[in-house]
Design a protein around this ligand. Sequence first.
Ligand code: GLN
Length: 287
Amino acid sequence: MFNSAKPLFDYIVRNITAYSPKETKAIAFMLLEHYLRLRNVDVLVDKPIASTESQPDWEHIVARLNQSEPIQHIIGSAFFCGLEFKVSPSVLIPRPETEELVRLIVKDCFWDENPVKIVDIGTGSGCIAIALDRFMSFAKVWGWDVSDDALVIAQENAHRLLSEVVFEKYDILEQDTFEGQFDCVVSNPPYVTYSEQTSMQPNVLRFEPHLALFVEDQDPLLFYRAIADFCLKHLKLTGACYVEINEQFGDTTKNLFLQKGFKKVEIIQDMHGKDRILKAKLSEEGL
Ligand code: GLN
């Protein structure tokens, strides 16, 4: 056990070998904050740790990290749009790129419907749906997923974050029997092709759900086709569809939406300058 912040921080940094020095420091700060509510400045001033404070088995935690287990799985949560979400191996760990998707929708927000009806297809932890619900008080949001385990996590997140998103089981690849119309359809579907596995980090490949990540190389746009078809029936003419995309398929995904009959299709780049978001509208009007 450690008596103060600095030796503990140094121990963690010295013993994590699976990450770069910068990532290692970020992880060490996350651990100190999560288990002992210690902040960066507490490390600088070497704040004492009370002997009554219970400490986890640091050696075990470092060993798990060195086996490439994501820090978010160890502490059980991840921040997304300033909100803390529970995560597990059944859901994708929310990514900063996906925060940009949420931000874009909140910024656009051109609907004057009340309530604005939004559906998030393949909701996973519920992070997109819950963030939209929290930031757009006039929205009524649904989150759909095919995975029962993901829906349990999403429901728990809604409960913790005082959100009224309705989570339901729905398979976008099954025959469409749904009745209803939305102002906004959003999705971060599986879009990584199996052949990209070779360039992926072990923490993603070994610990995150393949159901949420991968598509067959022969049909990388499978989910976008299903989402576009869903929109043709259930997206209002005044509405918009926002999807996260694989940067390799920006143009092909755009062409798919145009071929399906969408009138206005835009690709938006992420903070790394990569094609990451597609926004599509069924009519030329508006934003
Ligand atoms: N962007 C994620 C990754 O790099 C993939 C997300 C997805 O498939 N929807 O792992």
